[in-house]
Design a protein around this ligand. Structure first.
Ligand code: PMT
Length: 397
């Protein structure tokens, strides 16, 4: 993977380090990337549009409301860019982006941009240590933004301390890594199940559970970003640009998984599949005046995960989840062996702040040798990213 033919958007904010970005543009261009620059008004105090235009061989974007092709620039540039590097990133711009403020083209772009943003901050040491700035940076990190930390040393304001723009090579490398990492699932078909199954006992009533589908959707979204051919089999309404299949019961989910897993490389069973279903489903709505008691007989559902592990071919990877309210790791170890899958992602569903329906999760990844890796509490988006990266990018555990 190289940066050749990749579209790099560089955002430049007001700071003396802005002049160093000329060298960054040259590096990207030398390695075959397309570069466009978006600059704040303050940045233009330090570097001229003519310099940036000459180096990038592209127009320099400054105004929010001027459009060449009638498409709002912040949308057109977002579509175009494979990565957005903000360097130098001032405390002011970091603060605005962390708080969703869009008062110029650069901050509007950052707000609308759905792919990876890299910040290379540069500022005075006092500003770097300021509590509000620290909070803004840690919030942006929690959303998945990458920060190339500033260096310590002599600063342009005449003091010594942390705040000097990171070496240009480090910023280039961070962008290069994100671009290569971005597509680490390219060429792989991944099937993911999400949501709780619904098992009807009459046409309008069912036995279900509290799974919202957030964890499975986060995995599918991140896998799609990583270049995978994604098929999300789900029990809830959701529009996506990748392939999705709607199912309701465990039996329907089994059929869809069987069909899609046949030519897939990876299956992740995030869905909360009902272990039991009513033995009979009434054709008509059950009437409450016909009986004082309603006794439902439940029969076992097929175990989709175990079934897929039985027919799994060489080269296919199957990952199960394990939802427990006690003895989490003990049960997870038993499950990976009993169901015979390659990995189990274990989460504690007794907690209110993670697991079912929450936007957050904390998980353990177990492999077949029972190595365990803990992913500390984080947003489901970040946990999904870390699960995929842990298994496919780096030595697993
Ligand atoms: O959807 P959210 O609100 O975001 O919540 C996420 C989650 C808590 C549902 C998710 O993180 C999770 O833990 N999913 C697995 C839920 C579950 O059914 O766990 P289990 O331990 O009962 O089952 C173990 C594995 O077997 C799971 O991969 C499950 O999909 C699979 N299974 C279970 C029963 C069955 N009949 N067939 C199966 O394939």
């Amino acid at each position: 993977m190289t940066v050749k033919d990749k579209n790099i958007l560089i955002g430049i904010t007001g700071g003396i380090a802005a002049y160093k970005i000329c060298e960054l543009i040259r590096m990207f261009k030398k390695n075959g990337a397309n570069v466009k620059t978006v600059v704040t008004k303050n940045a233009l105090e330090f570097v001229t549009p003519l310099t940036l235009q000459t180096l990038s061989q592209e127009a320099v974007y400054t105004e929010q409301f001027v459009t060449e092709d009638r498409k709002p620039e912040h949308i057109a540039l977002c579509d175009w860019a494979d990565i957005f590097v903000i360097a130098p990133a001032s405390a002011n711009t970091i603060g605005k982006i962390a708080n969703g403020i869009c008062d110029n083209l650069l901050t509007s772009l950052a707000c609308a941009y759905q792919k990876q943003i890299i910040f290379a901050p540069a500022m005075n040491t006092g500003m770097w240590n300021n509590k509000a700035v620290r909070q803004n940076i840690s919030f942006l990190k929690s959303t998945g933004a990458v920060f190339v930390e500033p260096e310590s040393g002599y600063l342009a304001c005449g003091t010594e301390g942390k705040g000097r723009l990171a070496d240009i090579n480090s910023i280039y490398e961070a962008a290069y890594n994100c671009i290569s990492n971005n597509e680490f699932l390219k060429g792989k078909k991944i099937v993911i199940t999400a949501g709780g199954t619904k098992e009807n006992f009459d046409p309008v009533r069912y036995i279900g559970n509290y799974s919202s589908g957030k964890m499975g959707t986060a995995l599918a979204d991140r896998a799609f970003e990583a270049g995978a051919d994604v098929c999300l089999i789900k029990t809830f309404p959701l529009e996506r640009s990748y392939s999705t299949i709607d199912v309701q019961s465990a039996a329907q989910m089994l059929d869809a998984v069987k069909q899609e897993f046949a030519d897939a490389d990876i299956l992740i069973m995030t869905a909360a599949v009902a272990d039991y279903r009513p033995e009979k489903t009434a054709d008509l709505k059950l009437k409450k005046d016909t009986t004082e008691e309603l006794v439902l007989k439940l029969v076992k559902n097929p175990d989709i995960l175990s079934e897929m592990c039985k027919i799994k071919k060489e080269g296919q990877t199957v990952i199960g989840f394990c939802a427990e309210s006690n003895n989490l790791l003990e049960y997870a170890k038993q499950k990976i062996q009993k169901k015979n899958c390659d990995y189990i992602i274990a989460n504690d569903i007794s907690r209110k702040d993670t697991g079912f329906s929450s936007d957050y999760n904390e998980v353990f990844i177990l492999d077949r040798d029972l190595n365990i890796k803990k992913l500390e509490k984080d947003t489901k988006n970040n946990i999904a990213k870390k699960i995929l990266e842990s298994i496919w990018q780096k030595p697993a555990i």
